[in-house]
Structures are given as structure tokens and as C-alpha cells.
Design a binder for this molecule. Structure first.
Ligand code: PEP
Ligand code: CO
Length: 431
């Protein structure tokens, strides 16, 4: 376990990130850099492994100072909150509860006021009430909030006209503005992300108290391993340690490598773990992943967040769910109907059709119904605001409306009325 005598040097894997200006994002630290001190590897074994999608920080000195500082900060989330969520997710896996996990694709460091947080949470509360009526079980609400500041990218660079700059990787890394200074990965943003997460959590707790629920759960993709490692904290039980950055963390579609650093990190923390599952996943791979991340088969430990696309889910999901049912390995199955249904509208904006999103959710439910397994939840990108980013809905957004209020930093989100439409579509099918 990390102690105050550990230095930031133990945590920071020197240059394990990519050089976004010169190379592919996939530098193998085992060969590209000298081995770190043996002690560091014992505490942080994921440092030995290849970590994809890490930024090429412009100043390693700043990174070290920030990691050192984060190591002294209060945990954002206590171990008991992680354990409470794990017990809720155990009910999800067992077919006794439904997960609603939602929030921005990428949170905005400049939007930490209470209004945006409350708008999201009240949208989710409204959806939760409808889903509860539709499905007849308790709904567990988890924010994709208070830490969702880092984005994996397919393209490491963005070209506009003559100018090529590092891709936007989330507000914890760089700014979205297309300017050389803003796009340079700046590790001091990690501290701002921590602070914005703390403020967001405070608003979330306030909202929950007023709503009389008392329970607040946060989640994000555990992408930036320097940040996540700096926020590791011991649990009350011997040998336990938690990512104190969020109640639940997930591994993204692009970092789901069995022998990669992200999976290794997840193995060594006791939080509930989500894993995104794309159309390329095989049953064999996912069973191997479950053996690695959840060797003791702890109920609620592992949730698969399936993002196949409306056109594929009916064909690709059954063998995966069936393999787990046959092997008797209990996990939660949750549908992310966003990331497999992204299209480019005329004019080039990324968008998603609500009809495709609903179609994937229906496909997901049908697969589970036919196998006699439980469709455990939804993972959504939404906002409580009246944005025009996704197409369709009862208050219809059409292509020509997209430019009006398109404010996402990354992927297109459902607005409030589209979010409620989605919940109502489930009520119409299953209520
Ligand atoms: C996301 O959730 O915003 C994301 C990048 O998803 P995925 O890893 O499934 O592509
Ligand atoms: Co997204």
C-alpha cells in the first residue's frame, strides 16, 4: 500500500505515455523505457505493462508534482461507498435491480455549478421512476459524473486545414479549443479535474439529501493511470485498496487488453469494475477477463457494459451471455446503446438517432428474454439540458437543428426530453 514515504517517482511511469506528436499511442513501456525500481513494481504492478491511450504530458516535472499532491488529497469516495455500490450491483447481476448509469460523454471543467448537476440528476430520477414502473425492480442510479474527464481517442491527432494538433483527450488532459497551447497535454489539469470532481460530488450529495435518497454513486473510465494510481487509498480491511476517484470505475473498449496495464490496475483495486464490451469481444476473452478481474466471483464486482450497435446486438450478444450462463459465472449485463450507434450528420457533426438507441435497447432486452437472463441496466450519455446533439424524440431534433445547441465536448448526448422518451419506450414495451 502506498505510504507517505512513497515518492511520485514510484507512481509516475516515466514516459509510458505516448508521444502524441510523433508516435502511435501504443508505446510498450517494457521496451521503450528502463524498468522502474523493483519496489515500485511491487506496489504498482500495472507499471510493468503496456498502457495505451496515455497522454504525452508536456512537462514530466509538473506531472510528478501533481501526482505527489494528489497523493496527499482527501479521497473523493470512501471504501464503504464502493462496497455499498458493489452490493447494489450484486442485486443487478442477480436480476433483482436495474442499473441506470448516465452523464456526459466528457465532463466540462468549466461547468461545475449546481445547475447542470441538478439537471442531470433530476433527469435520471425521472427516468428511474419510469424504469421502476416498467420493470418492477429497484433502480440503482450511478452518475457518469464527478471524474469523467479523460477520453480515449482513435486518432491521436486532429487536422484542420494546414494545422495538425494533438487530439482532445478530455479536460483532465488538454482543452478542446483548436489551438497549439490549449491542445498541449498539461498535467496540472489532473489537479483541476480532482477539484472539479470534489465540487460535483458535493452538489450530488446535496441533491441526494434533498431528494431523501442519501445515496450518491459516481463513476468514470479509469483511463489515466497516473491519476488513478495517485488516488489509490487503503481500505479498512487488511490488504484492500480502492480507487478513491469514484465509487465505480470502468475499463473502456480501447483499453480492454487482457495483458494491458488498465486491466492489471482494475485487478488490484476493490471497487466495482465495469468493462465496455464492443462487437469484437469473444466469450473466451470475456471469461478470461472475469477470471483475472474477479477470480473470487464476488457478487457485484464485475459488470459488462455492452456497446455493440443496434445492427449487431441480436447476433453478437447471445454467445457471450450464454457462455457465462453455461459456465455459471455471475456478472451484470448492461446496455450502452450510445457508442455503437454514432453517425456523421450532413455537415460532419457526430450524432446518434434516438430510434437506433431504442432499437439497441430493445435488442438487448430480447436477447436476455430469449436466454432467460437478466438485462441489468442502461449506460447512457445524457444531459439535463435542452441540447440538440442526438436526432429524433417527441420534441423532434432534426439534422437542421443540430447546430443550435450542440455543446458536447465529445460524443452527442440525449437531451432531457429524449432521455425521458427512452425510458417511456421501455415502459411501453415492458410495463
Ligand atoms: C465512452 O464511454 O465515452 C467511450 C469512449 O466508450 P467506449 O470505451 O465504449 O468506446
Ligand atoms: Co462517449
Amino acid at each position: 500500500m502506498r505510504t507517505s514515504s512513497d515518492t511520485a517517482d514510484d507512481i509516475v511511469a516515466e514516459g509510458w505515455g505516448v508521444d502524441a506528436d510523433t508516435a502511435s499511442p501504443e508505446v510498450d513501456v517494457r521496451t521503450a523505457h528502463p524498468a522502474p525500481a523493483a519496489g515500485a513494481c511491487a506496489s504498482y504492478p500495472w507499471r510493468r505493462l503496456r498502457a495505451t491511450q496515455q497522454p504525452s504530458w508536456s512537462d514530466q516535472g509538473v506531472l510528478r508534482a501533481v501526482v505527489q499532491e494528489l497523493g496527499t488529497r482527501t479521497p473523493l469516495v470512501e471504501p464503504q461507498e464502493c462496497e455499498r455500490l458493489r452490493s447494489r450491483l450484486a442485486r443487478v447481476a442477480q436480476g433483482e435491480a436495474f442499473l441506470l448509469q448516465a452523464g456526459d460523454c466528457a465532463e466540462d471543467l468549466s461547468q461545475v455549478g449546481p445547475a447542470a448537476v441538478r439537471a442531470k440528476l433530476s433527469t435520471m430520477a425521472q427516468m428511474a421512476a419510469i424504469l421502476r414502473a416498467a420493470l418492477g425492480v429497484e433502480v440503482v442510479t450511478v452518475g457518469r459524473m464527478a471524474g469523467q474527464y479523460a477520453k480515449p481517442r482513435t486518432e491521436t491527432r486532429e487536422q484542420r486545414g494546414e494545422l495538425s494538433l494533438p487530439a482532445y483527450r478530455g479536460d483532465a488532459v488538454n482543452g478542446v479549443e483548436f489551438h497549439p497551447a490549449t491542445r498541449a497535454p498539461d498535467a496540472s489539469r489532473l489537479l483541476r479535474a480532482y477539484e472539479a470532481s470534489a465540487v460535483t460530488l458535493a452538489h450530488m450529495r446535496q441533491f441526494a439529501e434533498e431528494a431523501g435518497t442519501g445515496e450518491v454513486f459516481s463513476s468514470h473510465e479509469a483511463l489515466l493511470l497516473d491519476y488513478e494510481t495517485a488516488l489509490l487509498r487503503p481500505g479498512p480491511a487488511a490488504g484492500r485498496r480502492y480507487a478513491s476517484s469514484a465509487s465505480m470505475i470502468w475499463i473502456g473498449h480501447r483499453t480492454r487488453e487482457l495483458d494491458g496495464a488498465h486491466v492489471e490496475f482494475a485487478r488490484h483495486v476493490d471497487n466495482p469494475i465495469g468493462v465496455k464490451v464492443g462487437p469484437d469481444a469473444t466469450a473466451e476473452e470475456l471469461l478470461a477477463l472475469a477470471r483475472l478481474v474477479d477470480p473470487d466471483r464476488v457478487p457485484g464486482r464485475l459488470t459488462f457494459i455492452v456497446r455493440m450497435g443496434a445492427a449487431h446486438v441480436r447476433r453478437l450478444l447471445p454467445p457471450l451471455v450464454d457462455a457465462f450462463a453455461t459456465a455459471g459465472v455471475g456478472v451484470g449485463w448492461v446496455c450502452d446503446p450510445m457508442h455503437g450507434n454514432t453517425v456523421r450528420a450532413d455537415g460532419g457533426r457526430k450524432t446518434r438517432r434516438l430510434a437506433d438507441i431504442i432499437a439497441e435497447v430493445h435488442g438487448f432486452f430480447e436477447v436476455h428474454r430469449s436466454l432467460g437472463t437478466w438485462p441489468g441496466g442502461l449506460h447512457l450519455e445524457l444531459t439535463g439540458e435542452d441540447v440538440t446533439e442526438c436526432l429524433g424524440g417527441s420534441d423532434e431534433v432534426r439534422t437542421e437543428h443540430l447546430h443550435q445547441r450542440y455543446t458536447t465536448l465529445c460524443d452527442p448526448r440525449l437531451n432531457r426530453s429524449q432521455s425521458v422518451d427512452l425510458a417511456l419506450a421501455l415502459l411501453a414495451s415492458f410495463g
